[in-house]
Write a protein that binds this ligand. Structure first.
Ligand code: TNX
Length: 515
């Protein structure tokens, strides 16, 4: 089946309807520049779904949803079922046995669908098939995008057939809650938002110089002292273990694995301020830190008798909270003669505990097993030796994935050290992960030195995370930005319904109010 098949009943290309609206509004809004650059997407838009399904055919006609849907489930699918019930309830549609359009969720024994793939067929009934509950959950998310964001009379769905399997198993976002804390309720909302775009890894950067955000029972001062500081202007705070366990379960039910990072051996001023013995004896500055410099603090690697048990104890508690197979141990931005030795020790420790370590790119110099994952973050870093060793890569090259950089050049309160022009939506969508032989997937990073509120986080993350999702799920679409922006533009009511304070991206015609 070709990736895109011409439909018998083409959907209205969203870009063109927006263009029309723009022309009509021209006198008051002055959108002439947009008109000049706007053109039709190379492929026809058949359905407003992001990420673009790998196979999609419109089969002609529409299905009208009535007041109720008759749901049947074959096989275990509690997460998908809950998501479906929430979706239908939100649209005022009753779900249950009996009357109305038939909707079937079915587990099938089909290895070609993998852990996350699914089929969705809409004709006079709706049928979803997947090998796993999470595959069915993703099918429900596609249905969610095809339906309106708010209830309305006579809701219609296009007849279609989708078969959709992600290119990459790692489609992530990392949130730096250490520089500036994000409240727990933000993380819950964030998981919901990730789920709509089938993002599946939430990497939490839990510790850094400016704060320590995870309760460790054996070291209470880490949160008493380290939890009370933050970057200047940012928020302090920490999560209890019980809170994190509940968040982990919630995320799992939404197809999201939470990957914890304890950043070591550098980026540890909050830990040193909490437990001075972790610093070398000649270190004078042991105060909490609220600046934005990096690379100045380090665990005393000459005192393994103090540092190694600390690392082991902390990781033991971290692993009890987070069932994620992958555990991030940091390793960035520090020069020390015993650095490689420390990474080797810590990576082996994680492996000995039955998990898989991840390090930032610098850690790839250590003599570790190739099963360790490596996260690339500098565009220019020579990652070839790590690839040759067989390390799987998480791709976060800063000029594509650092969303602490502006949505546009010169955006206030953003960094530009990696790319002066910022990291616009189109650039992310143009990223090609396929040139990295051992890519596990992609991950955007929101560092929070300059991001101190929920609204600022929303602005940096959205709509750019939709492009991250598409690049990781279906990178074959990257040549057609207009196709992507047309589909995404139409999903604005869904972002509104979730209360996202997104960047009003001109490429999506979001500078104007939605009518
Ligand atoms: C680099 S990426 C860092 C972070 C900063 C970020 C700011 C990485 C592994 N280290 O500590 O917050 O730049 O953009």
């Amino acid at each position: 089946m070709p990736a895109l098949t011409l439909s018998r009943t083409p959907a209205l290309p969203v870009q063109w309807s927006s263009l029309l609206a723009c022309l009509l509004a021209f006198a008051v809004t002055g959108c002439a520049q947009r008109v000049e650059v706007a053109q039709a997407p190379a492929a026809e838009i058949l359905a407003n779904v992001v990420p673009m399904p790998t196979h999609l055919v419109r089969t002609g006609g529409e299905l009208t949803l009535g007041a109720s849907v008759a749901v049947t489930v074959e096989g275990e699918a509690p997460h998908a079922r809950r998501a479906l019930d929430t979706l239908l309830a939100g649209l005022g549609v009753a779900s249950g046995k009996g009357q109305g359009v038939q909707l079937r969720l079915q587990r099938v024994d089909d290895p070609s669908l993998g852990e996350e793939g699914y089929r969705l067929r809409i004709d006079d009934a709706i049928v979803m098939e997947a090998a796993t509950d999470i595959g069915l959950f993703h099918a429900v998310q596609t249905l969610r995008q095809l339906l309106p964001a708010q209830p309305k009379p006579g809701m219609q769905l296009p007849h279609l057939e989708i078969e959709d399997v992600p290119a990459y198993g790692w489609r992530g976002v990392s949130l730096d809650v250490a520089r500036s804390f994000l409240p727990l309720d933000y993380l819950y909302r964030h998981v919901d938002r990730m789920a709509l775009f089938k993002l599946n890894r939430l990497h939490l950067h839990l510790t850094d110089d400016q704060g320590w955000r995870i309760e460790i029972k054996r070291y209470p001062r880490l949160t008493e002292v380290g939890g009370a500081s933050a970057v200047a202007g940012g928020r302090s705070g920490y999560y209890t273990q019980a809170q994190l366990k509940a968040l982990v379960a919630y995320a799992q039910a939404h197809g999201v694995t939470i990957v914890p990072e304890i950043d070591m051996p550098g980026h540890v001023q909050a830990a040193l301020a909490s437990y001075n013995a972790l610093a070398c004896d000649d270190v004078k500055n042991l105060a909490p830190y609220s600046g934005t410099k990096v690379g100045f603090s380090v665990l005393c690697l000459d005192k393994p008798e103090v540092v190694d048990p600390f690392v082991r104890d902390v990781l033991t508690e971290v692993l009890e909270i987070f069932p994620s197979h992958e555990i991030h141990i940091g390793g960035d931005e520090i020069r020390h003669p015993r650095y490689a030795e420390f990474v080797e020790m810590t990576a082996a420790l994680v492996e000995g505990m039955g998990r898989r370590p991840i390090v930032w790119e610098e850690g790839s110099v250590a003599n570790t097993r190739p099963t360790m994952m490596v996260q690339l973050w500098n565009d220019g870093y020579d990652i070839a030796p790590a690839v040759a060793k067989g390390h799987a890569l998480i791709l976060s090259p800063c000029s594509f994935f650092y969303v602490d950089h502006g949505n546009y050049a010169g955006q206030p309160q953003t960094y530009d050290w990696c790319r002066k022009e910022g990291v616009p939506l189109a650039r992310i969508h143009g990223f090609d992960p396929t040139v990295f032989k051992t890519a596990a997937g992609v991950e955007a990073a929101l560092w929070s030195e300059l991001v101190h509120t929920d609204a600022a986080a929303d602005n940096r993350l959205w709509p750019r995370l939709a492009a991250v999702a598409e690049v990781g799920w279906n990178p074959s679409t990257r040549g057609d930005y207009l196709h992507f922006s047309g589909r995404l533009s139409a999903l604005r009511p869904h972002l509104d319904a979730m209360g996202i304070a997104y960047h009003r991206e001109p490429d999506l015609y979001w500078t104007q109010p939605w009518n």
